[in-house]
Design a protein around this ligand. Structure first.
Ligand code: T4K
Length: 398
């Protein structure tokens, strides 16, 4: 209520503007692209016939093979979600306790899985241009207790993969990528999933390529791939042999069917998101107080997210003010990734979680806002969101 009142005071005529420009239905930060229901039920007829619902079924095998081809990686192992895939990646590397150097500017899953593996996060600051872990800070955070580096390609923007690889090699520790946002992203034409010991993908409903819930691990080492496959299936080797305390993290045939139908459409979805991003980029360029991240060089992007940074003094509203104001227009932007995972109760006492250690991450988390971007968002609607933001800027400053 206070936020509402102060907003009304800072944006004269907000109610009238919302009536004139607001959407009648919420425009969410994302919407999943779905296969046609007819195609989906047709593909499921085979599942019904076979009565084979999960445990490495036919569609599961087809999707793994199709993803290997599509993503240009040697091994892809499917999972029921991207949190369990990352959790199993850490298990499969058998790190044996200790510290993992990581980023606080991410979704909670990234840091949570370290705790589930009894590994201690050591938070590093991020690069202001890419939002990703800063290799210079990573190098300085390595100690004899460091077992791995866990980096995130935030918003699908690739990390400085070469620098992280060099640090990993120098210290003989693996680099693990949380590539939940990075489906289809390429660096110099090569899949970003090709770097590091293993990369974890999410196929959640909010992701570019979705199986409703789902995920995968990509790696090039056949021995690691075998361990991963065993660990996601309870550690079972055969009917009488269990090799490790594994878990159940398998993808079902229903999810795999969804994925098989969506995969050929994903390049189109990405291109459509790129056109929405273009409308934002052109329309918001030069608005005082808004920083639009520059497309990184050498990268084929997937346009999974559209983050911008808000400088309150320059724009007239700070990030929270803009977020709240947009809601009045039925635009449901999101503060990905605020709060930092280093601020969670179970992390905040760690020395590396101190705000002085993470100035860029703290500043970014306080200013970032992700605008709606998905393939079925009409370009006129994206243009209307631009207009709303420009009008809010004008009204707030006047
Ligand atoms: N690592 C990273 C870096 C991640 O970002 C994530 C997940 C993971 C690991 C873990 O992967 P998974 O275990 O989830 O596979 C969403 C997603 O739930 C989460 O998958 C994602 N990152 C995160 C960035 O976003 P919320 O809490 O924002 O979701 P929610 O329910 O608020 O949905 C956001 C918007 O999406 C809704 O306002 C409307 C739209 N939506 C959502 C769903 C679920 C739909 O239109 N349809 C839907 O079915 O976390």
């Amino acid at each position: 209520m206070d936020a509402e009142k102060s907003l009304a005071a800072r944006v004269p005529g907000l109610d009238g503007l919302a009536v004139r420009l607001g959407f009648s239905e919420p425009v969410y930060v994302t919407r999943p692209a779905l296969p046609s229901l007819g195609d989906y039920t047709r593909l499921l007829e085979g599942v019904w016939d076979r009565r084979w619902l999960t445990n490495d079924g036919e569609l599961h095998q087809r999707l793994e093979a199709a993803l290997q081809e599509h993503l240009g990686v040697r091994h892809v192992s499917l999972f029921c979600n991207g949190t369990l895939s990352l959790l199993v990646a850490l298990q499969a590397l058998d790190l044996g306790g200790g510290e993992v150097v990581t980023t606080p500017f991410t979704f909670p899953a990234t840091t949570n899985v370290l705790h589930w593996n009894r590994l201690e996060p050591v938070f590093c600051d991020i690069d202001p241009a890419t939002f990703n872990i800063d290799p210079g800070r990573v190098a300085a955070a390595i100690t004899p207790r460091t077992k791995a580096i866990l980096a995130v390609h935030v918003y699908g923007i690739p990390c400085d993969v070469e620098a992280l690889e060099a640090i990993g090699n120098r210290h003989g520790i693996p680099v693990i990528y949380d590539a939940a946002h990075a489906f289809g992203v390429r660096v110099d034409g090569r899949s970003v999933l090709g770097w590091g010991a293993v990369s974890s993908l999410s196929f959640h409903a909010t992701k570019l390529f979705t199986t409703a819930e789902g995920g995968a691990l990509a790696c090039s080492d056949p021995a690691l791939d075998r361990r991963i496959r065993s660990l996601k299936n309870f550690g079972i080797a055969d009917e009488e042999t269990v090799l490790a305390p594994g878990i159940n993290a398998k993808m079902s045939e229903l999810q795999a069917a969804f994925g098989l139908l969506r995969l050929p459409e994903t390049a189109g979805e990405s291109a459509a998101r790129g056109r929405v991003a273009g409308v934002y980029r052109d329309g918001l360029a030069g608005v005082p107080g808004l920083t639009l991240p520059a497309p990184p060089p050498r990268v084929t992007p997937n346009h999974a997210y559209f983050p911008l940074l808000v400088d309150g003094a320059e724009f007239g509203l700070d990030r929270d003010g803009l977020y709240t104001a947009l809601r009045r227009f039925n635009v449901v932007a999101r503060k990905y990734f605020y709060p930092l995972t280093s601020t969670h109760e179970w992390n905040r006492e760690l020395p590396s979680a101190a705000p002085e250690n993470l100035p860029v991450a703290n500043r970014t988390a306080g200013r970032v806002l992700c605008l709606p971007v998905y393939g079925s968002l009409a370009l006129e609607d994206a243009a209307r969101i631009v207009e709303i933001i420009r009008v809010l800027h004008g009204a707030a400053r006047s």
